[in-house]
Design a protein around this ligand. Structure first.
Ligand code: E4P
Length: 218
């Protein structure tokens, strides 16, 4: 499974990229607003830090203007992925951009049929939002399973399932069990993945016993 980080905080991304475990980045207009910085500058900085795809979202709602915005975003760096909303206009833009060689991430996916349309439109990634479905009393993980089953039925579809709106480590584990290709994870959740109290306790005990031996490896 590939790990993307879901943030527009460049310092966080630099820190996480240093682990060597980061395969890409996703941003959205809300995350850009939270950063308080200029969109194009932030995307350029992230693209220089992470070689993998960096999703930058259009803000137009009609295909023609989406394509104009995508042209600006694609000029920033070769690893920009154009993020488009799951609307008819977004799908039309997806088809045009994918045919033109762009990497497209179709976002705001809340149903399996939407994911099927994104794949037919040539999206490189589709982003089903798990947490937002959970928030309204649905099981977001069921959507990941449905999309996985449908895509597996049609091996010609090459779209990757990018599990998004992840809220906690169990979401990551369940998405991986189902076989989602990518999880885009908020920095705090990504950092939580390594934690287990028995790891800390075990390490403490090993180090205490090692100290008793009086030895040193170096
Ligand atoms: C994905 O690309 C989105 O930016 C993100 O995962 C949305 O998550 P949220 O529902 O926590 O805002």
């Amino acid at each position: 499974m590939k790990f993307f980080v879901d943030t527009a905080d460049v310092a966080e991304i630099a820190d996480l990229a240093a682990t060597g475990l980061l395969d890409g980045v996703t941003t959205n207009p809300s995350l850009i607003a939270k950063s308080g910085r200029k969109f194009l500058d932030v995307i350029a900085e992230i693209c220089a830090l992470v070689p993998g795809p960096v999703s930058a979202e259009v803000t137009a709602t009609d295909t023609a203007t989406m394509l104009k915005e995508a042209a600006v975003l694609r000029k920033i760096a070769a690893n920009v992925a154009i993020k488009l909303p799951l609307t008819w206009d977004g799908l039309k833009a997806c088809k045009a951009l994918s045919d033109d060689g762009a990497t497209v991430n179709v976002t705001l996916c809340f149903s399996a049929n939407q994911a099927l349309l994104a794949a037919k439109a040539g999206a490189a990634y589709v982003s089903p939002f798990i947490g937002r479905l959970d928030d309204q009393g649905q099981d977001g993980m069921e959507l990941i399973q449905e999309i996985k089953d449908i895509y597996d039925n049609y091996p010609d579809l090459e779209t990757e399932i990018l599990a998004a709106s992840i809220r906690h480590p169990i979401h990551v584990m369940q998405a991986a069990l189902i076989g989602a290709d990518v999880a885009t994870v908020p920095p705090a959740v990504l950092r939580q993945l390594v934690k287990h109290p028995l790891t800390d306790k075990g390490l403490e005990a090993f180090l205490a016993d090692w100290k008793k031996t009086g030895q040193s490896i170096l």
